[in-house]
Every structure is written in C-alpha cells, then in structure tokens.
Design a protein around this ligand. Structure first.
Ligand code: ADP
Ligand code: MG
Length: 251
C-alpha cells in the first residue's frame, strides 16, 4: 500500500515519464493506482485515457476516489485522472493544513485496494504538490542530467525537510533518479559523477537514458513496455521498478 510521489519542482525533468513507466512496471507484478495531479494531464493522455471525472472532482468533494478511478488498458493498472480544471483547484485551495491533506484523506479509503499508489506531481510548489508530499510515504526525485542539477536537488531537499517538519514527518526520499542521460556527452557523465559524489547511495543505480522511444510512447497512449519493449528506456524503467520494490521493502 505504499504511496510513492514522483516529485520535482522543475518541469521537463522526466516526472511524468517516470510515473507512467514506473507504475506500468509495478503493475506487471502488483496492483497499482497512478494518480495524475498535474493540470496538464500528461500522465492521463500518456495512458490514452479521456476521463469523465478527475482528481479535481475528488479534491473538491464532488465524488469519491473510488467512483473516479478508471481501469487503464494495462492489467492491474488503474488511474485517477487529471483534467484542466485541476488548475482551478490549485488556485482555490489556500495553503491551510486542512487543504493540504485533501488527497491524503481522499486516498485513505482506496489504499487497501492497491499494492502501490504512484503520484505524478505538477512542476510547481503549489497546493497540488504539497498535497502529493502530504500523501506520500516515499519520494522518487527525477534529476535531469544537466548543468544545474545539483542546485536543483539542494532546493528540493530543503523543501522536503520543511515538509517533514510541518506536514508529513514520515515522508522518505526513496531515491534520486538520473534521467535523460546521454552517455556520449562529457556533461552528462560529469553530472552523474557529481550527483553520486554528493548523494551516494541515495541515487538509484539505474540511470534513465535519453531515448526517442520514451518521448514517443505517450503520443501512442502507451507505456514504454508496450510501445518498445526491447528499447533501452524500457529496460531502464524495468530496472528502476525492481530497485523501487527493493528499497520500499527495506525502508
Ligand atoms: P515532467 O513531467 O517532469 O515535466 P516529462 O516526463 O513530461 O517531464 O518529460 C519532459 C519531456 O521530455 C517530454 O516531452 C518527455 O517525452 C521527454 N522525455 C522524458 N524522459 C525522456 C527520456 N529519458 N528520453 C527522451 N525524452 C524524454
Ligand atoms: Mg509532468
């Protein structure tokens, strides 16, 4: 039943790609719910779904999570979808502690139905991301292999510390995930070295390579395992899934 939040305040670092493909890999072995908390709804469209109701209806109390959850086409995978009106929810919610626990509370009733719940967070530190941080037991933090990676991680870690003090004392950083790595470039190698030097075993062994297949899969509404099962990206996300299962078991 652990809730795993895929979090980084920066956009374009691979959160949604990671959330979809991590959820899809976990679903090959367990029962999984993916929750799309980004008003851009990329995880929802990336699974090829067009929802009638969304997590917005759940957060605003109009429906229950149970009523709004959709079956994805993949076995053992369900989705609590997003829609554009979720952006409205982010504006409406002031940052009262009560409002930041809406997701956590909404998921309580369905948690026993799933072995893993994966949250795809939006690229901001607004009420939606804070709801994800309040609901999560574990965090996966994608880090794009680019020049400013270390500064970005430091900022994320500070925020997570503050969340621990105020909102969710138990939240655990499961690991930092290096994404969009290009082993041919010196920069990418250097970023990987630096991040591993600073954060040691907190960094997942698995590195996600830059791969056109990973970028193409969502436009077909498919996880990488169904779009290009033998691609480097598919192998990497399967390896990540195994590391996540191990780390959750040991946490
Ligand atoms: P975020 O959710 O953090 O904004 P996304 O997962 O949507 O990031 O990724 C941003 C863009 O980069 C998307 O167009 C996505 O398809 C692409 N992308 C993500 N990961 C990879 C990768 N490993 N290789 C190539 N393209 C990627
Ligand atoms: Mg995203």
């Amino acid at each position: 039943m652990p809730v795993i939040g895929v979090i980084n305040q920066k956009g374009g670092v691979g959160k949604t790609t990671t959330a979809i493909n991590l959820a899809a890999h976990l679903a090959t072995r367990r029962n999984v719910l993916l929750v799309d908390l980004d008003p851009q709804a990329n995880a929802t469209s990336g699974l090829g779904l067009l929802p009638a109701s969304s997590v917005y209806d759940v957060l605003s109390g109009r429906t229950s999570a149970r009523q709004s959850i959709l079956k994805a086409r993949q076995r053992n995978l369900s989705l609590l979808a997003s829609s554009a009106d979720l952006a409205g929810a982010a504006l409406e919610l002031d940052a009262s502690t009560e409002n930041l626990r809406l997701l956590s509370r909404a998921l309580m009733g369905v948690r026993p139905n799933y072995d893993f719940i994966v949250l795809d967070a939006p690229p901001s530190f607004g009420a939606l991301t804070l709801n994800a941080l309040a609901a999560a037991d574990h965090l996966v933090v994608p880090v794009q292999c680019e020049y400013y990676a270390l500064e970005g991680i430091a900022g994320m870690m500070d925020t997570i510390d503050r969340v621990r003090q105020s909102l969710n004392a138990g939240v655990n950083v499961l690991g930092l995930l290096l994404t969009m790595a290009d082993s041919r470039t010196r920069l990418s190698q250097q970023v990987e070295e630096n991040v591993r030097e600073h954060f040691g075993t907190l960094v997942f062994d698995t590195v996600i390579p830059r791969s056109v297949r990973l970028a193409e899969a969502p436009s077909h509404g498919l996880p990488i395992f169904e779009y290009a099962a033998q691609s480097a990206g598919a192998l990497a996300y399967a390896a990540l899934g195994e590391e996540v299962i191990d780390r959750v078991a040991k946490a």
